[in-house]
Design a protein around this ligand. Structure first.
Ligand code: 5AD
Ligand code: SF4
Length: 448
């Protein structure tokens, strides 16, 4: 979501005459687009904002802005005023479409410009956007979240759910397909509640059903799902589609009913496992992944064992695992004050969980050895420029020995899987690309 917001900011800046630079020393504007989902993300952002002071000392005409979810937290503005007075502009997630006017204000005023909306306005359509090169594109379909899981800050930083109308999404994806984007991901904090606020009501299955008929779209992905809203209708649409990914990401968070209840996840372990069974039955070649939080306030060893047991039962291809991080304003942060799981216990549980998941991930990957997969070659491996890194339709990373005489980046190629590791597969290209070269050349900007 943040990357997509950054593309919109970059699009507005391009229209104002700005150009991207590869070295921040050459920049006259730096926007730090922050994430607030866990404390570690915030510390990272605050550290970086602190470092930028040096850059500004060297180049006083440099303008610095802070945007994103952290700006929506009242504590951040106070912190920035106190410790980061070198910041020129603070704006939030609800008013990024106002970036040009906000930058004008920065030019006119001497003090820090702070403009953060407490609540979201209407969905703003037709914003310019500077998308990444290549063939992958992200498209927002729903903003905000109404679920209020008790650990989560997103409903506070991203506001209530607001869906985009189907024709607006279809128009955007058609335009992307005409430009040569073929791997489309539709985005929302909870894409499964897409459309419930529209009149007439529609749902994600309706939308994906429309998008998959767009010529030029080869792969269609959606993220992120909430298990409670993942309907049988959606499972059927996915099962019957060649374009909609068979990668199903279903964040479970915990395998223990008492914890799920206190997390306000609105499903039980049994309901979740029933959903997983239905996904497995309907989509035999599915790839299942999840998110798990360990050390939620009051989590006992028995609760944690329930999570371990659920992992053994589902046998996910991969899991994103997080130590619980208290977030201001959320109910669980108060419980953390009263009934925290001690840090060493949190870490030990995380290690046990990762150890189990890694063994299962390796086994799941080994099952693919010998199979043929279509792979989108995304670039060179960061560790080895003689290796191409790509992904399958189900989002598994595949490494391929690079032939220096041909350029396969941004192309879809048939690959035979030759070996499996915990986090990736190795393969060999066994045929010509099935897609033409991308009309856009990839410009590698350094990641900060
Ligand atoms: N602490 C730890 N993990 C969290 N997540 C969300 N909020 C928190 C928190 N306070 C995790 C959840 C979610 C993923 C995006 O981040 O697992 O699915
Ligand atoms: Fe946060 Fe996801 Fe729960 Fe919404 S559904 S409150 S984004 S964890």
């Amino acid at each position: 979501m943040n990357e997509r917001d950054s593309e919109i900011m970059a699009g507005q800046l391009r229209e104002m005459g700005y150009r991207p630079v590869t070295d921040e020393k050459a920049a006259n504007l730096v926007i730090v687009n922050t994430c607030a989902v866990r404390g570690s993300a915030e510390e990272h952002a605050l550290g970086y904002i602190g470092q930028l002071k040096q850059l500004k000392d060297q180049n006083p005409s440099l303008k610095l802005a802070v945007a994103g979810c952290m700006s929506q937290e009242p504590g951040t503005i106070a912190w920035l005023r106190k410790y980061a007075s070198h910041v020129d502009l603070v704006f939030g997630t609800h008013n990024l479409h106002e970036l040009p006017q906000l930058l004008d204000q920065v030019e006119e005023r001497d003090e820090m410009v702070v403009d953060v909306w407490k609540t979201a306005g209407d969905v703003v359509e037709h914003l310019p956007s500077q998308r990444a090169d290549g063939v992958k594109a992200f498209v927002n379909i729903i903003y905000g979240c109404d679920k209020f899981c008790t650990y989560c800050i997103v409903p506070f930083t991203r506001g209530k759910e607001r869906s985009r109308e189907i024709p607006a999404v279809v128009d955007e994806v058609e335009a992307l397909a005409r430009e040569g984007y073929q791997d489309i991901t539709v985005l929302g904090q909870n894409v499964n509640s897409y459309g419930h606020d529209l009149n007439p009501q529609v749902d994600l299955a309706d939308l994906l059903g429309k998008l998959e008929h767009i010529d030029g779209v080869r792969w269609l992905r959606y993220t992120t799902s909430h298990p409670r809203d993942f309907s049988q209708k959606l499972i059927n649409v996915i099962a019957g589609s060649k374009k909609i990914t068979h990668h199903v990401h279903l964040p479970v968070q915990s395998g223990s009913n008492p914890i799920l209840k206190r997390m306000n996840r609105k499903y039980t372990r049994e309901q979740y496992l029933d959903l997983i069974e239905r996904v497995k039955d309907s989509i035999p070649d599915r790839v299942l992944t999840t998110d798990i939080i360990v050390g939620f306030p009051g989590e006992t060893e028995e609760d944690f064992e329930q999570t371990m047991d659920l992992i053994r039962t589902v046998k996910y291809d991969a899991a994103f695992t997080f130590i619980y991080s208290p977030r201001e304003k959320t109910p669980a942060a108060r419980w953390e004050g009263r009934d925290p799981v001690p840090n060493p216990v949190k870490k030990e549980r995380l290690n046990r969980l990762m150890d189990l998941q890694y063994r299962i991930s390796l086994m799941a990957n080994q099952e693919l050895v010998g199979h043929t997969e279509l792979v989108l070659v995304e670039g060179l491996s960061k560790k080895n420029p003689n290796v191409w890194a790509g992904r399958t339709h189900t989002n598994k990373v595949v490494l391929l020995d690079r032939d220096p005489h041909i350029d396969l980046i941004d192309r879809f190629v048939p690959v035979r899987i030759t070996a499996a590791k915990t986090f990736y597969l190795a393969g060999e290209v066994i045929g010509a690309p099935v897609s033409d070269p991308s009309p856009r050349r990839r410009i590698e900007l350094p990641l900060m």
